[in-house]
Structure formats: C-alpha cells, structure tokens
Design a protein around this ligand. Structure first.
Ligand SMILES: [Zn+2]
Length: 73
C-alpha cells in the first residue's frame, strides 16, 4: 500500500502506527509544511515532525472536510 500521496491538510486527523504514551493513535494536524505540527487527541501534547516521518508512520488519514474516512488503504 502506498500512503505517501495522501493530501494532508490542517484540521485532518492522522492515525499513526504507533501509539503515543497516553494511548492515543490520533493526532490532529495544526500546521503543514516541511514539518508538521501535530496535537495528540488523547493528551493534547504537541509535537513537530517532518513530513517524511509522518508519511511513513501514517496508518490512516481522516479528513476533516469529509464525514467518510479516507479509504485509500
Ligand atoms: Zn498523547
């Protein structure tokens, strides 16, 4: 499966392959660019991660603009 063509946008929820220590897999995108700013949906912790790392570790991208989950997997 190829996930690196996903269109990441502010407000989308990224489901990662590894959970945050708080147990949540879901991160809200606060900023996109060379580096992404993500906020954990579980504990609201914020991190900066490079686009490459996000693309590698994304399990699912849930668009905020659409009620359906992205089904590219
Ligand atoms: Zn967390």
């Amino acid at each position: 499966m190829k996930l690196n063509k996903l269109n990441y946008e502010v407000g989308d929820i990224v489901k990662l392959k590894k959970p945050h220590p708080c147990g949540s897999f879901d991160w809200k995108i606060l900023r996109v660019g060379m580096d992404f700013r993500l906020q954990c949906e579980g504990c609201e912790h914020q991190i900066m991660v490079s686009r490459k790392v996000i693309e590698k570790s994304t399990r699912k991208l849930i668009k905020s603009t659409c009620t359906k989950e992205n089904s590219m997997i």
